[in-house]
Design a protein around this ligand. Structure first.
Ligand SMILES: NC(=O)c1ccc[n+]([C@@H]2O[C@H](COP(=O)([O-])OP(=O)(O)OC[C@H]3O[C@@H](n4cnc5c(N)ncnc54)[C@H](OP(=O)(O)O)[C@@H]3O)[C@@H](O)[C@H]2O)c1
Length: 243
């Protein structure tokens, strides 16, 4: 199957991490579907990708974090593209530093969990059946190292949410050890940003996207966690592409 026959569903594709991934897949010749709750974000995404690839980007307004609405979104995806071959999930938020737990409300914890883990679960449950039984298909989760430690004071709920996402990926690997679809996780242990918001040690979202697209294009591993600590790790993946 050539890349032009492959269709990527990018969950969270309008976000910081997702937009770099979407651009990279389009540049490699894939068709890409992006669902966002915000039509303005989708318009911004259309302006961001390489102009010559825009006709292969399909955007849909929808909410993949609600059990009812994700079914509507799924039907819209199938109507628009017929079949999905690859799914990349980068749902969540870029940063949270609301303060230490004793200053927080249950409502805030609910929001954090809803955004980072509940939407990841709900969308996985709806979309995984589209790719699960095909060895030529892939499902890739983008997660953050924030789940393993407190990044700085006041970021505790970020750790709770990110840890849930890490645990969810581990559970899927162990519950579905023999699933034909290539099920992988990319764990990013640093910040990710567009060029105008880069800080020391951060990964450029397009560079990250190119590494993720290369991994998905290859389809050689499953049940693997790819850890990205620095730009050197992204280069290693792209170099393997040329070998
Ligand atoms: N940014 C970083 O520094 C960094 C570092 C390490 C790991 N990560 C990982 O990357 C993930 C994404 O980060 P980001 O910086 O790209 O965040 P972002 O810019 O806030 O984008 C997150 C995306 O998730 C989507 N989303 C969340 N809940 C949704 C729902 N219920 N229905 C539909 N879409 C929903 C948002 O969609 P809408 O368009 O609908 O709002 C948005 O497009 C994080 O959760 C984390 O695991 C990020």
């Amino acid at each position: 199957m050539s890349n032009s026959d492959r269709v990527v569903l990018a969950l969270g594709g309008a976000g910081t991490v997702g937009s770099g991934i979407v651009k990279a897949f389009l540049d490699r010749g894939f068709r890409v579907v992006v669902i966002s709750r915000d039509s303005n974000r989708l318009e911004k995404l259309k302006g961001f990708v390489s102009p010559s690839t825009k006709d292969r980007l399909i955007t849909l307004v929808g909410n993949v974090g609600s059990e009812e609405e994700v079914e509507v979104a799924k039907q819209a995806v199938l109507k628009a593209v017929g079949k999905v071959t690859d799914i990349v999930s980068s749902l969540g938020f870029s940063w949270w530093q609301g303060g230490p737990p004793h200053t927080q409300t249950l409502k805030e914890l609910h929001w954090v969990l809803e955004t980072l883990i509940l939407s990841t679960f709900v969308s996985w449950k709806a979309f995984f059946p589209l790719v699960r039984d095909d060895p030529n298909c892939t499902y890739t989760f983008i997660t953050g190292g924030a789940g393993e430690k407190l990044l700085m004071p006041g970021t505790g709920f970020l750790t709770v949410g990110a840890a849930s996402a890490l645990a969810f990926c581990q559970v899927l690997r162990e519950e579905y050890p023999d699933v034909p679809c290539k099920l992988n996780q990319v764990k990013i242990n640093t910040g990710v940003a567009p060029p105008e918001r880069m800080a020391p040690g951060y990964l450029n979202h397009v560079d990250l996207g190119e590494a993720v697209a290369a991994l998905v294009e290859r389809r050689t591993s499953s049940h693997t966690v790819f850890t990205m600590n620095s730009p050197a790790d992204l280069k290693t993946i792209l170099l393997e592409d040329n070998m």
